[in-house]
Write a protein that binds this ligand. Sequence first.
Ligand code: TRP
Length: 348
Amino acid sequence: MAFKQRVFSGVQPTGNLHLGNYLGAIKRFVELQQTYDCIYCVVDMHAITVPVSVWGGPAELRRATREVTAAYIACGIDPNKHIVFNQSQVAGHAELAWVFNCVARMGWLGRMTQFKEKAGKDRENASVGLFAYPALMAADILVHRATHVPVGEDQKQHLELTRDIAQKFNNDFAESIAANGHEGGFFPLTEPIIQGPGMRIMSLRDGTKKMSKSDASDNSRINLTDDADTIAQKIRRAKTDPDALPSEEAGLEPRPEADNLVGIYAALADTTKAEVLKQFGGGQFSTFKTALADLAVAKLSPIAAEMKRLTADPAHIDAVLAGGSDRAGAIAAETMNAVKDIVGFIRH
Ligand code: TRP
């Protein structure tokens, strides 16, 4: 069966969004609107897989859900042409996740590196939801029968699991799928659209660590809500080394901080590191940092201003999510009716 080309992706509403989320994910989501029908989700049910003390409780969850929604819109996602909604408002996500919990094997989920990292040593104390997280993620994607999913490198394994679940469902229920009139499998084998490693944005304090919302130092990241002065100051203070910038990309290899700043410039300017080095190679860091600060402020402060405007009106954001949920819900309901018939759940 030929599946309609459709993009799905999600961002968790935990903590503040930063430059890594923008350049590594949301900027790509915006571009994909040109070529695909897109569904962009705020995955609030994934957010609660960690302890309440970590995700912050109900008020914080609502705040962060609205903030991610505002960021989607402020960065250029059009919630009218495409779909923006929060996961928990479309029951099909949880319903399909249950079916997938019964399709996926313990062994498959036990091999997920993200689970192993997040659960740490005290696995007995991890939530069942943290273990089952990738089955919910597969349900997110497949309840919309999405064919393409833009994700970072760290989510590649979850995408492979999504394909394994789709494949096993298609095999386990092959007869029933055919009997219900679905030719050639029910779920698509979804393709990841993986960001190149160049899109990994690293900490401004340590070029070997990913930029992260959980880093204790706020100077390690640029938040999407930072104002112009804060952005410029963080870039000026970013860690560098004493040498001048190299003229060739190879010269960046042993210099993670320089590599990161040049990568950020290239991503913000929609160009390559090689091009950036043609312009700034041989020069001092201070000159480059001034140019980078100007560029970052020019690109990011309109986003921050728009996010501020949007989050000042939570009722408007909630209305966007409600509208998106209705439209996503219609797609999910169609899938769930078919899944129930395929599995043998009686429905009226
Ligand atoms: N696990 C993803 C992350 O942490 C978020 C996510 C949940 C997602 N469901 C998804 C991403 C479905 C893509 C598709 O980044």
